[in-house]
Design a protein around this ligand. Sequence first.
Ligand SMILES: *Cc1c(COP(=O)(O)O)cnc(C)c1O
Length: 220
Amino acid sequence: MANAVEQLFAVKVRIAAAEREAGRDAGAVTLVAVSKTFEAADIRPVIEAGQHVFGENRVQEAQAKWPALKAAFPEIELHLIGPLQSNKAKEAVALFDVIETIDREKIAVELAKEIARQGRTPRLHMQVNTGSEPQKAGIEPREAVAFVARCREVHGLAIEGLMCIPPADENPGPHFALLEKLSKEAGVAKLSMGMSGDYETAIAFGATSVRVGSAIFGSR
Ligand SMILES: *Cc1c(COP(=O)(O)O)cnc(C)c1O
């Protein structure tokens, strides 16, 4: 297995170059290192190399490895990037610092309830199904702006960003452009888009965070 720390630094160099090329400020893009399927022992050296923002796609898997890592490294910021079941809202609010995958009313209701109950306020992003793929999570693009407003007005939830996963077999550029346009219309500042195969493209389209897994940790 290639060295995750070396690959982390290589990705950071490419992010910095993509920021420059796009005329963005240095450090404008946050790297979310996606550690799903990897063990705490694989993740630790990456934390020790200075990476503090991580993404996981399953609540249960994250619960098994992150409480101990967060206790050891209090500066960790953990993002939930996978679909959230409403019966896991309690655990998600307790563990994650950013929940990126709000995509329906029921989740908004459950999260609002848990945030009030626990007094813990993770930052929130809404997932948009930019390709309208039936098997994929995310709100339909045409409903996204109104749902951001409903989250704020009805549920008291401040959505600070939008997130998308473009269809695997399509040019991602138009999907990133659509997400950027929706964020302007909805008045949200953050854009979580771009993965190992397309994060430089996403940065050109205005990503404020990129979610990179295999390019750092190796194939899953
Ligand atoms: C797994 C995953 C990633 C990272 O994918 P790579 O191609 O390994 O970089 C990014 N976003 C989401 C939502 C994921 O589930």
